[in-house]
Design a protein around this ligand. Structure first.
Ligand code: SF4
Ligand code: SF4
Ligand code: FES
Length: 272
């Protein structure tokens, strides 16, 4: 392979290993923590990284620049699905690289993307008939109930149960069970039946949200009030306000307590 081709190939990979200077953030982190170094293996190569770092930060510390496999850094986008294994342990473990902290002698491989079948459909024409889901994803019935998907889910979702619910035509139950899915694709990477569970779940949640769940009456009332101009005057006042006034309003606003019940209302009901 020519040098040019090698360069092109390396930039197309999910992560790019930098051999010269570590990232500025990693340097800062190193100075601040001065933590004990532990060995980990990234893509089979050994590195020493400070303990306490997340897998994602440890990779950056080791010199990797994450151009894929990294998004929210907060455990919600699903971009950083990772497999790892500890020496002497047959079990393949799963993690989100932005959440899991490194452990000595971890062998790590990130799965930033996994090719999976995603059906094309015109959502406006879909109904709640389960047969329509079956037609879009006939491979649903290739599930052999091995439960590997559930074991691979970093979100703790009962993936196989959600698939079973879909097979039984229970779209609402599939949507409920898969509510916390972050589309990381780790379940799909382990599936014997070659199902793209997370795309199926997304379809189930779309149908549930648009066609099954009862409409919220209070939301309809609020939309009507907005359309009728109930808040126009208040919005105009805010638009005219100076920055200091806006800051004061924001800082002094009444915040709903974390433990508030369903019937909580602010003391000042001017804007309700
Ligand atoms: S259900 Fe699959 S895609 Fe969704 S979070 Fe779990 S492993 Fe990831
Ligand atoms: S991994 Fe695939 S085949 Fe196994 S239970 Fe899950 S969906 Fe079914
Ligand atoms: S970067 Fe978004 S879940 Fe890890």
């Amino acid at each position: 392979m020519s040098a040019k081709a090698r360069k092109k190939k390396s930039t197309a990979t999910a992560v790019k290993h930098r051999t010269k200077k570590p990232a500025a953030t990693a340097v800062k982190e190193e100075k601040q923590t001065a933590a004990k170094l532990i060995p980990i293996y990234i893509m089979g190569k050994r590195y020493e990284v400070p303990e306490g770092l997340t897998i994602m930060k440890a990779m950056e510390y080791a010199g990797y620049i994450l151009i894929r496999g990294c998004g929210c850094r907060g455990g919600t986008c699903g971009a950083c699905g990772t497999f790892y294994r500890k020496p002497g342990d047959y079990k393949l473990q799963v993690a989100l690289a932005c959440q899991k902290t490194v452990e000595p002698d971890m062998y790590i491989a990130q799965i930033p993307f996994f090719p999976a079948n995603r059906a094309a459909y015109d959502f406006a024409k879909l109904t709640t008939a389960p047969e329509e889901v079956f037609k879009l994803y006939p491979e649903l019935f290739r599930c052999v109930a091995c439960n590997s998907c559930t074991k691979a889910c970093p979100q703790g979702i009962e993936v196989m149960d959600a698939i079973s619910a879909l097979k039984q035509g229970n779209i609402a139950e599939a949507a409920r069970l898969s509510f916390d899915c972050i589309q990381c694709g780790l379940c799909t990477s382990r599936c014997f039946g070659e199902l793209a569970q997370y795309h199926m779940f997304q379809l189930a949640r779309r149908i549930y949200g648009a066609r099954i769940i009862p409409r919220a009456e209070h939301l309809a009332e609020m939309v009507k009030a907005v359309n009728e101009g109930r808040y126009d005057r208040f919005l105009d006042e805010l638009k005219q306000a100076k920055e200091d006034e806006l800051k004061k309003l924001y800082q002094e606003r009444e915040v709903e307590p974390m433990t508030a019940g369903e019937d909580w209302k602010p003391k000042d009901t001017t804007y309700l």
